[in-house]
Design a protein around this ligand. Structure first.
Ligand SMILES: Cc1cc2nc3c(=O)[nH]c(=O)nc-3n(C[C@H](O)[C@H](O)[C@H](O)COP(=O)(O)O)c2cc1C
Length: 266
């Protein structure tokens, strides 16, 4: 079947999911490409509409083995008319549990026809220089893999006459979904003297939890512990305070250092 455009949709506070889905899109020989970055809160207001002429590629990070809870309302509101869809999750080298099957289920309910799914590895949000986990992933090998996955998706699309005839894609996972999509409410960010109040952290916060006038003021009720503010700070002024997130960073580094590889389902 022919698709006229690719719609590339992602939520990616620390940029790893974005890099992976862009890699997949490079491998698909597409006509036009429209990107929708859901990371900023104002991008999650208008619902998405897609048709059979689109190919939807949608990527989310894995949070606690699940699709991030803050996205589910927006995802459920997608209105897709028989749209072929590629479901992608990116996880921090621990496990992706039921996130991929959950994403697939949501998209099916919205009217999509999943044509492929994949789980890739990205540097863990809690990874630091002292306790790294999946440091600098996706790396060149992962991105090469993503492009080649994209080429296989194109071949599969070319081989089916219409979206109705896309065969069911088997995705691993359990229903009801395991894991707990609830996040910690925790005051874990230390702001050091190097902070210049430039506001870059507030601008990049996916939930508007940082005061743009005074970036040391953080609304812990809103914070989703994505660590984008730590990783995006040009002055390295933000670090983890001792506590559960820092402890998790050490635990992940200790238990999940062995390299995992991407998995694709076609
Ligand atoms: C709150 C939270 C929960 C997470 N849960 C998991 C998890 O269950 N398994 C895992 O391997 N990685 C987990 N991660 C790590 C992210 O999935 C991973 O770092 C991903 O690459 C981040 O994507 P991004 O760079 O697009 O923000 C979690 C990260 C956060 C912030």
């Amino acid at each position: 079947m022919k698709t006229e455009s690719v719609k590339l949709v992602y939520f990616s506070p620390t940029g790893t999911t974005k890099a992976v889905v862009q890699g997949i899109a490079r491998g698909i020989d597409h006509g036009s490409l429209e990107a929708l970055d859901l990371t900023r809160p104002d991008a999650r207001v208008r619902p998405l509409r897609t048709s059979e002429q689109d190919l939807l590629i949608i990527g989310v990070p894995v949070y606690m083995g699940r699709v991030p809870a803050l996205l589910t309302k927006w995802l459920h509101a997608i209105s897709a008319r028989n749209t072929p869809a590629v479901c992608v999750v990116v996880y921090g080298n621990r496990v992706y549990e039921d996130a991929l099957i959950e994403l697939k289920d949501i998209l099916v309910r919205c009217g999509c026809r999943p044509i492929a799914g994949a789980a890739y590895i990205g540097e863990h949000s809690f990874s630091t220089n002292e306790t790294p986990t999946a440091k600098d992933r996706p790396d060149a090998g992962d991105l090469h893999h993503a492009e080649s996955f994209g080429r296989k998706i194109r071949e599969k699309l070319n081989a089916v006459p219409s979206a109705d005839q896309i065969p069911e894609v088997e995705i691993p996972g359990c229903r009801p979904y395991r894991g707990d999509s609830g996040l910690w409410t925790v005051d874990f960010i230390a702001v050091g003297d190097a902070c210049t109040r430039c506001g870059i952290c507030a601008e990049g916060c996916p939930v508007g939890a940082i005061d743009p006038e005074d970036s040391s003021v953080i609304d812990t009720q809103k914070c989703i512990t994505c660590c984008a503010c730590i990783k995006n700070c040009p002055n390295h002024a933000r670090t983890m305070k001792p506590g559960p997130v820092k402890e998790a960073s050490l635990r992940l580094h200790t238990l999940y250092s062995e390299r995992k590889e991407p998995e694709c389902f076609l």
